[in-house]
Design a protein around this ligand. Structure first.
Ligand SMILES: NC(=O)c1ccc[n+]([C@@H]2O[C@H](COP(=O)([O-])OP(=O)(O)OC[C@H]3O[C@@H](n4cnc5c(N)ncnc54)[C@H](O)[C@@H]3O)[C@@H](O)[C@H]2O)c1
Ligand SMILES: O=C(O)C[C@H](O)C(=O)O
Length: 330
């Protein structure tokens, strides 16, 4: 039995993500939580003829407790999205508190669950989640993931268009670091199968992966940020976690984790100087079973990108930890 919960289920990401989870044969129960509209979204999805049962909850009537109890895996896209001209860090003021309060609920009602954080700024919201879980005495670093899969999905797509590959998902590309601008570092030198990117196209390709989110924010022109591609990416990652928990072997996907808490991660954290970092993670029954060191194999061009990523990430992570440990007065 697998019970999944989407927190922020009525939103631009939450609705299509919930649709994908409802369509999946891996899910038995789907619990939808949001501050608005979950009864309607749940009623709508519940008519789909797949086995998963769907229930929707609002905060009233102990809704969080009901929505969260017994959940095995949370996917959290709750919080405001960007508008043109904003950075992800501009979302911190509102989203930091939303993620903190939701993860407090997870710690109380489903402390053993896997937690997949989508809410931005991921570089800070994941450290916040870790601090909340630590304070509650239930932090298992193998079960907390910042979802960076959209960066991987973008890298696959943009590379395919350059090299003329018809099926973008055929190429595995480690995208590491964090999830904002220069903290996103695609390692094309470690693509599998290898890809040959013309030298005059490399800078633009890296920039497009790093700022792919801005491309969508601009195109949506005030109506929000990526929702459909994010729902695809969030589902892809959630599905991999569930498959690994069910016993499938050899599943690897990059994710933003607390490196010192994952086997192999301490060594990578020493190289990067940052504890929260995205690297390819081998998933297993207990969650993040092995962090894979792709950092050491970066070429000179990628090492320069990584240096900028370390600087940005250190600030973002520290900001999240500071918020969780010393909350600003209301
Ligand atoms: N990690 C990534 O790659 C990635 C990609 C795209 C978007 N995002 C982020 O995901 C978040 C959501 O984006 P969106 O486009 O779906 O936004 P949205 O505004 O369409 O939806 C957000 C939903 O969260 C709900 N919400 C707000 N406070 C809540 C709370 N306390 N508890 C439960 N639900 C709450 C809202 O009611 C809304 O339904 C944003 O922060 C965005 O930046 C991350
Ligand atoms: O760009 C954003 O703000 C949303 C998301 O992080 C993305 O990468 O699309």
């Amino acid at each position: 039995m697998v019970k999944a919960c989407v927190a922020g289920a009525s939103g631009g990401i939450g609705q299509p993500l919930s649709l994908l989870l409802k369509s999946s044969s891996l899910i038995d129960e789907l619990s939808l939580y949001d501050v608005v509209n979950t009864p309607g979204v749940a009623a709508d999805l519940s008519h789909i003829s797949t086995p998963a049962t769907v229930t929707g909850y609002l905060p009233k009537d102990d809704g969080m407790k009901q929505a969260f109890t017994g959940v095995d895996i949370f996917v959290i896209p709750a919080g405001i999205p960007r508008k043109p001209g904003m950075t992800r860090d501009d979302l911190f003021k509102i989203n930091a508190g939303i993620v903190r309060d939701l993860v407090k609920g997870v710690a109380e009602y489903a402390p053993k669950a896997f937690i997949l954080v989508i809410s931005n700024p991921v570089n800070s919201t994941v450290p916040i989640a870790a601090e909340v879980l630590k304070a509650a005495g239930v932090f298992d670093p193998k079960k907390l993931f910042g979802v960076t899969t959209l960066d991987v999905v973008r890298a696959e797509t943009f590379v395919a268009s350059i090299v003329g590959e018809k099926n973008p998902a055929k190429t595995t590309i480690p995208v590491i670091g964090g999830h904002s601008g220069e903290t996103i570092v695609p390692l094309f030198s470690q693509a599998n199968p290898s890809v040959s990117i013309p030298a005059d196209k490399l800078d633009a390709l890296v920039n497009r992966v790093q700022f792919g989110g801005d491309e969508v924010v601009k195109a949506k022109d005030g109506a929000g940020s990526a929702t459909l591609s994010m729902a695809y990416a969030g589902f892809r990652f959630a599905e991999k976690v569930i498959k690994a928990v069910k016993g499938e072997k050899g599943i690897v996907e990059p994710s933003f984790v607390y490196l010192p808490g994952v086997s192999g991660g301490e060594h990578i954290a020493k190289i990067t100087g940052v504890d929260f970092f995205s690297v390819p993670i081998e998933l297993g029954a207990s969650g993040a079973e092995q962090a894979i060191d792709v950092v050491s194999g970066a070429n000179e061009y990628e090492k320069k990108l990584l240096e900028a990523a370390y600087t940005g990430l250190k600030g973002n992570v520290a900001k999240g930890i500071e918020f969780a440990q010393n909350p600003p007065p209301k």
